[in-house]
Design a protein around this ligand. Structure first.
Ligand code: 13P
Length: 262
């Protein structure tokens, strides 16, 4: 994982009601005594404030994240939430371009790019998601799809702003299916993503610094092998982020890797 500090995100998706969200946040605060990785948790919008209060009262290092954001600062956008509203409730990071938004809610690369830039301009960190479908993988298009999504999604983002971007490579076929990419396949995709950041879009400094998370059925029993790959800098976790013990074990797996490497 080079010198990059691993980053573990918990994407709670449309799960957990108020009492469950609060209980999970408290269990994570209590369970995360040292910090082998940076950690963010991303509850659904209605519970951001409540979870944020739990984190800040405990002076936890766990960051509060949102799962999406709108491009405009305010106005007639029924149902949407702005960057400044997220900041108001204590969020410091936002997930943009998740495959469920791309494929289920039909978000385009153009819209995702506008969200990335709006969030960065507003001072939010961004977890920018990319990844191929099974059909695209079987057609040998994994790298082309990832490069295309990066090319569109990060267009116009400065090298300085890239310091606040984490890329989450989440092969669509691995999300919520129990089918994880093998560590070798995941590493190959991550290496190609970093090469594109290096040679296609930015430069050595950005490529060496940018963190690339793996997402898709990461569990306590496969996390360490994935995180041991040189271009995998942590993970974006769905199902296993809903159980404190599993999520804490995944965070701890980054430490196992650091210890065995050094
Ligand atoms: P699962 O860990 O449930 O496969 O979800 C991954 C994901 O989509 C995280 O954003």
């Amino acid at each position: 994982m080079a010198d990059r500090k691993p980053f573990i995100g918990g994407n709670w998706k449309m799960n957990l009601h108020a009492d469950e969200a609060a209980a999970l946040a408290r269990a994570l605060v209590d369970g995360l005594t040292d910090a082998p990785a940076e950690v963010a948790i991303c509850p659904a919008f209605p519970y951001l404030h409540q979870v944020g209060e739990i984190l800040s009262q405990a002076q936890s290092k766990i960051q509060l994240g949102a799962q999406d954001v709108h491009t405009d600062p305010n106005g007639a956008f029924t149902g949407e939430v702005s960057c400044s509203m997220l900041r108001d409730v204590g969020a410091t990071v936002v997930i943009v371009g998740h495959s469920e938004r791309r494929h289920v809610l039909a978000e385009s690369d153009v819209l995702i790019n506008a969200k990335v830039r709006a969030a960065l301009d507003a001072g939010l960190d961004v977890i920018f998601c990319i990844g191929e479908t099974l059909q695209q993988r079987e057609a040998g298009m994994t790298d082309a799809v990832n490069w295309g999504q990066i090319g569109y999604g990060l267009a116009g983002v400065s090298s300085d702003h890239m310091a606040r971007v984490t890329i989450a490579y989440e092969p669509v076929w691995a999300i919520g299916t129990g089918m994880t990419a093998t560590p070798d396949d995941a590493q190959a995709a991550h290496q190609a993503i970093r090469a594109f950041i290096r040679c296609g879009m930015f430069n050595d400094a950005v490529a060496d610094r940018v963190r690339i998370q793996y997402g898709g059925s990461v569990k306590p029993d496969n996390a360490a092998q994935l995180f041991a790959q040189p271009d995998i800098d942590g993970g974006l976790i769905g199902g296993a982020a809903l159980k404190a013990d599993d999520f804490l074990a995944i965070i701890a797996a980054t430490q196992t890797v650091a210890a065995s490497a050094g």
